[in-house]
Design a protein around this ligand. Structure first.
Ligand code: PEP
Length: 252
């Protein structure tokens, strides 16, 4: 059985004090029994990683970064390396989020290099894929996502530590989530691509999260779909109560 994963992507929100407070509230309000079925991951900004780690270090809540450099170290001003993230306590890194693709010029080749680097340093990459509205309206969503997977996973032989997040660009931060059927169909498509690129066992075991306006109102429906293994959550992860409602929705 695939264990669920609920990941909060705090994006460029919350200063160090606010991050610490939110992590504390989430920790206090999360019933320990939820961890049996669900991993819970917080991805604050780089500057708040240490503070959040301090709060959650003796708990089962996990820490993740929103990005990393594909270089090891050296003269790369403003970059953060995988080894630095590992040392600070990160277990995951979000890679290829559509905001990074759109605003910071990350293409599939860069995304691929980052995934390889994350794995090299024992960080679990969450590879984000998803189509734009225009691509969906012209019926190209399956093709687009397949291409992102082929290119993003190039030269990666072991998928055990890789998580995929299907995040339709038109659903991120818009309040317009994919319907459970649309999301589940795409998750099945992603599994079929993984089966083709790797094998059926990998396809059956890989964790596929849904992201895009997932919130406390629509989580039950989306997260009960057969091929949706959890969520990557932006806006609704910034409020402890809505984030915890989403965690609750993964419980049997
Ligand atoms: C995200 O940040 O990956 C995301 C899905 O954002 P939101 O939940 O706000 O749509």
């Amino acid at each position: 059985m695939r264990k669920k994963l609920i990941a909060g992507n705090w994006k460029m929100n919350l200063d160090i004090t606010e991050s610490r407070e939110l992590a504390k509230t989430i920790l206090e309000k999360t019933d320990k029994k939820y961890f049996e079925y669900t991993d819970v991951l917080l991805c604050p900004t780089f500057v708040s990683l240490n503070a959040v780690e301090d709060v959650i270090k003796d708990s089962q809540i996990l820490l993740g970064a929103q990005n990393l450099s594909y270089e090891n170290n050296g003269a790369y001003t403003g970059e953060i390396s995988a080894s630095m993230l590992k040392v600070i306590g990160c277990e995951y890194a979000i890679i290829g989020h559509s905001e990074r693709r759109k605003y910071f010029g990350e293409n599939d080749e860069i995304v691929n290099k980052k995934i390889i680097k994350a794995l090299e340093f024992d960080l679990k990459p969450i590879l984000c894929v998803g189509e734009t509205l225009e691509e969906r309206n012209s019926g190209k969503q399956n093709e687009v996502v397949e291409n992102q997977l082929i290119k993003g996973l190039k030269d990666i032989s072991d998928l055990n530590n890789v998580v995929i997040a299907y995040e339709p660009v038109w659903a991120i931060g818009t309040g317009q989530n994919a319907t459970p059927q649309q999301a589940n169909e795409m998750h099945k498509h992603i599994r079929s691509v993984i089966a083709k690129l790797y094998n059926q066992n990998n396809a059956d075991n890989i964790k596929i999260l849904y992201g895009g306006s997932l919130n406390d109102k629509n989580c039950k429906e989306l997260l009960s779909e057969s091929d949706i293994d959890g969520g990557l959550i932006g806006g609704a992860s910034l409020k402890a109560d809505s984030f915890i409602e989403i965690i609750k929705a993964t419980q049997p």
